[in-house]
Design a protein around this ligand. Structure first.
Ligand SMILES: C[S@@+](CC[C@H](N)C(=O)[O-])C[C@H]1O[C@@H](n2cnc3c(N)ncnc32)[C@H](O)[C@@H]1O
Length: 105
């Protein structure tokens, strides 16, 4: 599949997060899933993992990319989306606070 976005600081992100098999993953600014696919390759846990982005084009791309996988893909801003997830009682083992977003804004 065509690479739409090259994930920034990928090796640094993987070093810091150190994803392990079966861990769940929350990406608050999943975009076109560059970081997500690298992390999910290591955790191999789609059920319980959540990808959020406010860009509907990115979300449609992610839905196609993960078609058939039991991963939750949410179109919305991360603040209200996380509030909904917490309200639903979902347990998130670790959080992906998007480093690049903070660095760029
Ligand atoms: C640089 S891209 C992320 C790239 C992604 N990590 C990857 O590797 O493909 C940043 C993303 O943050 C999303 N974004 C920015 N502010 C947001 C917010 N408040 N809530 C949800 N998504 C947001 C944008 O729509 C964009 O897709």
């Amino acid at each position: 599949m065509e690479e739409l976005h090259k994930p920034v600081l990928l090796s640094e992100v993987l070093e810091v997060l150190n994803p392990k098999l079966d861990e769940t993953y929350l990406d608050l600014t999943a975009g076109y899933g560059g970081h997500a696919s690298e992390v999910l390759d290591l955790t191999r846990n789609y059920k319980g993992s959540v990808l959020i982005d406010r860009d509907s084009f990115a979300v449609e791309f992610l839905k196609g990319k993960y078609l058939g996988e039991p991963i939750e893909i949410v179109n919305g801003d991360f603040y209200s989306s996380v509030l909904k997830i917490v309200e639903c009682g979902k347990t998130l083992i670790w959080y992906w606070l998007i480093l690049e977003f903070l660095l760029r804004n």
